[in-house]
Design a protein around this ligand. Structure first.
Ligand SMILES: [Zn+2]
Length: 334
C-alpha cells in the first residue's frame, strides 16, 4: 500500500507507520499537500540529459541529485528529510524547488520582523528591465552591469532618503519569437511612510529616469513600480501580498518544455549567463534581520533544512529510505 499518514484517525494510539519495501514514496505534508518529489526528479533527469548533450562535465553530478532520500518519521507520522545530497546547480529543478521553499520561509520571518520593527513602513514592488540580449555571454555581462547600476540607484539621495530595506531577485525570461533573453530585477522595497508625502514621492517616470542614469544607457528602459496592497487593509492581507511578490525567481517551465532543441539552446545560454551570478540579494534592514536571525544562504546554503514543517524528531525515530528508479520513473521505498 501507499504511504499514508494517520493524524486524522480516531484510534491515534493504535496508529502504526505502515510503509513497506517497494512502496511508492509519498510525502504528504501537515497541511495536506503532497511534495512532488517525482515530478521534480523527472525534470532533474531531463535537465541532466540536456547538460550531457551539451557536454557539460557536471551532467553526471546533476543526475545524481536527490537520488536517495532518507527520512525520519515524526510522532504524528509525517516524513522529515534526514539525509540527502543536492547538486546545487543553478537550473536544477529539484534544487530550485528547495530554494523556493527556503526563500518563502525566510521571507516570512524577515518581513514579519521588519513590520514589527517599523509598523508604519510601506512596501513597493519595483521591476527594472533592460533591452533583451541574445546570448549567454551578453547575458552575463548585462547582469553584472545591472547589479552595479542597482547599487548606484539605491545610493541616489532621492531613493536612499526613504529606503528602509530591499530584496532583489534576478529573473531571466526567454522570448521564443526571436530567441532572446530578458534579464530583469524584481525588487521588493520597504520605504518610510514619508515616501508618499509630496516631494518625496517618486513616480514611475522618476524611477525610469534614475534607472536609465544608473545603467548609463541611451534608451528609456521599461520600469514598473507599484505600491504593494492587500485586498483589504488587514495586516495579514498586506503581508500576504508582500510575500507573493517576493518569490524565488527561477521557474523551470521557462527552460524545460520538452522541445529538446529549444531547451538545449536555452539551458546552454542560461548556464553561461548565470555563471557565478547571485540571483537573490537583501539590503539594509532586511540584511540586518537576516544576520540577527542567522538565516542561512538561500542559493548556496543547506537545501535539506528549508524551514518547511520542520520538527525535532527523536533519535530512535523510524527511518524511511527511498531511491529513485529511473526505469520506472518513481521513488521507491527500500
Ligand atoms: Zn539539484
Amino acid at each position: 500500500m501507499l504511504f499514508t499518514n494517520y493524524n486524522n484517525q480516531s484510534d491515534k494510539n493504535n496508529q502504526e507507520f505502515r510503509v513497506k519495501t517497494n512502496d511508492i514514496l509519498r510525502d504528504v505534508r501537515k497541511n495536506g499537500k503532497e511534495f512532488d518529489w517525482r515530478g521534480k526528479k523527472i525534470k532533474n533527469v531531463y535537465y541532466a540529459d540536456l547538460l550531457r548533450m551539451l557536454h557539460f562535465t557536471k551532467a553526471d553530478r546533476v543526475n545524481g541529485c536527490a537520488d536517495e532520500l532518507v527520512f525520519k518519521v515524526t510522532d504524528e507520522g509525517f516524513l522529515t528529510l534526514h539525509q540527502v545530497w543536492f547538486c546545487k546547480s543553478k537550473l536544477c529543478p529539484l534544487c530550485n524547488w528547495r530554494r523556493s521553499l527556503k526563500m518563502s520561509y525566510q521571507n516570512e520571518e524577515i518581513i514579519s520582523e521588519a513590520i514589527k520593527q517599523q509598523p508604519t513602513a510601506r512596501f513597493l514592488f519595483l521591476t527594472l528591465t533592460v533591452k533583451n540580449v541574445y546570448d549567454g555571454q551578453e547575458l552575463n555581462d548585462t547582469l553584472r552591469e545591472m547589479t552595479k547600476a542597482f547599487n548606484r540607484l539605491i545610493k541616489y539621495k532621492a531613493v536612499s532618503k526613504n529606503l528602509v530595506g530591499f530584496m532583489r531577485a534576478t529573473e531571466v525570461t526567454v522570448n521564443d519569437k526571436d530567441n532572446s533573453f530578458h534579464p530583469h530585477f524584481h525588487v521588493l522595497i520597504m520605504v518610510k511612510p514619508t515616501y508618499f508625502h509630496g516631494d518625496y514621492y517618486l513616480s514611475q517616470e522618476d524611477w525610469t529616469g534614475y534607472w536609465k542614469k544608473a545603467m548609463q544607457i541611451d534608451y528609456k528602459p521599461i520600469v514598473n513600480v507599484k505600491a504593494v496592497k492587500g485586498k483589504t487593509k488587514k495586516k495579514d492581507d498586506v503581508k500576504g501580498a508582500i510575500l507573493e511578490t517576493a518569490k524565488y525567481p527561477v521557474k523551470d517551465s521557462d527552460y524545460l518544455t520538452d522541445d529538446v532543441e529549444r531547451d538545449a539552446f536555452v539551458v546552454d545560454n542560461l548556464e553561461t549567463g548565470l555563471h557565478r551570478k547571485r540571483q537573490i540579494g537583501y539590503g539594509l534592514l532586511f540584511k540586518e534581520i537576516r544576520k540577527k536571525l542567522q538565516l542561512d544562504d538561500v542559493e548556496d546554503g543547506d537545501l535539506k533544512n528549508v524551514g518547511e514543517d520542520e520538527e525535532e524528531v527523536s533519535e530512535s525515530a523510524k527511518m524511511v529510505y527511498a531511491k529513485w528508479n529511473n526505469t520506472r520513473k518513481n521513488y521507491f521505498v527500500k
